[in-house]
Design a protein around this ligand. Structure first.
Ligand code: NDP
Ligand code: MG
Length: 384
């Protein structure tokens, strides 16, 4: 079990649930980071007394400093601050719970400092997964997935010694708030509808990604990178109840599934206790009352983002960071009421085509593809 943790994105949904588990396990905190929510960060600093607190902007850092001027906590801001939080010597584990590409450089820095990574920030693996996994191997840094599906696969693979024994991974997908709707109905959905997820309470970006099924597309790529498997070995099944968190089928036909209550605190805790397990403050799964478990094929016609993500996964290279950057930008516009639900798909698919393709990109080329895709989306939007 880890002893001391830094949390990147401690004020968000995963960040706060991580603090819940930290209270429960009595782990100490080295550093906390947030975007702009200085009030919530101040409360966390008062309770956990980290040596370092980092905000995204200078203004937010000034606001935080003013509230916690009586505490010994040092306050920093920006990318350099995030990297410092990811590498503080006291921490043996970094939970990456920031949303978006902003997590990439700090995650790489934490890996190079040999920290265990509790990885929630899937965008980092989608954009630079090959590079990140290679660095983790080089620096012997453990990456333990926090994403519930990937944690489920991680658990199903405990005890599997040879990758050749895996026939395929089956990622389960709740289907989101718009399950069963056709294209016509989907053109009329609102932001409020998209933010109403049936089974999970999460941050706004991932909630919209769940509604478009882009989240599952990102997770297909995340699984390919984490478990070094080709696209053909990663399938997706709709499972409305979110009780089976994912499955692995082995070459002999055995299928292992990890089940549990839909509560992120279980995978978050495992990322910190692994290889041990500990008592967890999550409601146990009651098989007698959880109802029937159902499985069906995803509707990629109505939800084309999943097919788009699979196409980018197949292409590899800069297609994945271009898709991710365009998606981050388009989702932020959707959340700002600037575009409609289907515009997300149209903008992202056009952006992917517009960014020059590089098959084996360097980190700089990945960052460039991300930037070009974002610029494309903003330009398209202005010319609309
Ligand atoms: P939230 O939006 O709830 O939280 C995001 C965190 O990142 C907040 O602490 C926020 O600070 C901070 N942040 C936002 N923008 C920046 C920035 N530009 N620079 C630095 N920090 C920033 O997101 P979630 O917790 O839902 O998701 C976090 C990650 O975990 C995502 O990658 C998501 O895909 C993944 N994940 C989430 C799950 C969930 O259940 N929520 C499940 C599986 C994966 P502030 O509060 O100040 O805005
Ligand atoms: Mg997930």
């Amino acid at each position: 079990m880890v002893q001391c943790v830094s949390i990147l994105g401690s004020t968000g949904s995963i960040g706060r649930q991580t603090l819940d588990i930290i209270d429960h396990l009595n782990i100490s905190i080295a550093a906390l980071t947030a975007g702009t929510n200085a009030e919530r960060m101040a409360q966390q600093c008062r309770k956990y007394r980290p040596s370092l607190a980092v905000m995204a902007t200078e203004d937010a850092a000034k606001a935080l400093s003013a509230i916690i001027c009586d505490l010994p906590t040092r306050v920093c801001w920006g990318e350099e601050g995030l990297i410092e939080a990811a590498t503080v010597p006291e921490a043996d584990c970094v939970i990456t719970a920031v949303v978006g590409m902003v997590g990439m450089k700090p995650t790489l820095a934490a890996i190079r400092a040999g920290k265990r990574i509790g990885l929630a920030n899937k965008e980092t693996l989608v954009c630079a997964g090959e590079l990140v996994m290679a660095e983790a191997k080089r620096y012997s840094a453990q990456i333990i997935p926090v994403d519930s599906e990937h944690s489920a696969i991680f658990q199903c693979l405990m005890g599997c010694r040879r990758k050749e024994e895996i026939k395929r991974i089956i990622l389960t997908c709740s289907g989101g708030p718009f399950f069963g709707m056709d294209k016509d109905q989907l053109t009329k959905v609102s932001k409020a509808d998209a933010l109403r997820h049936p089974n999970w309470k999460m941050g706004p970006k991932i909630t919209v990604d769940c509604a478009t099924l882009m989240n599952k597309g990102l997770e297909v790529i995340e699984a390919m990178r984490l478990y070094d498997l080709p696209l053909e070995q990663v399938d997706v099944l709709i499972h409305r109840q979110s009780i089976v968190h994912s499955m692995v089928e082995f070459t002999d036909g055995a299928v292992m599934a990890q089940m549990g209550s839909p509560d992120m605190r279980l995978p978050i805790q495992l990322a910190m206790t692994y290889p041990q397990r500990a008592d967890c403050p999550v409601d146990p799964l009651d098989l007698l009352t959880c109802g029937s478990l159902t499985f069906s094929e995803p509707d990629v016609d109505a939800f084309p983002c999943l097919a788009l993500a699979r196409a980018c996964a197949k292409k590899g290279g800069t297609a994945c960071p271009a898709m991710n950057g365009a998606n981050e930008e388009a989702v932020s516009m959707f959340l700002g009421d600037e575009i409609g639900f289907y515009d997300i798909y149209y903008l992202v698919s056009k952006a992917v085509e517009s960014v020059p393709f590089i098959a084996d990109p360097t980190l700089e080329q990945i960052l460039k593809a991300d930037q070009l895709a974002r610029e494309f989306v903003r330009r398209e939007m202005r010319n609309k």
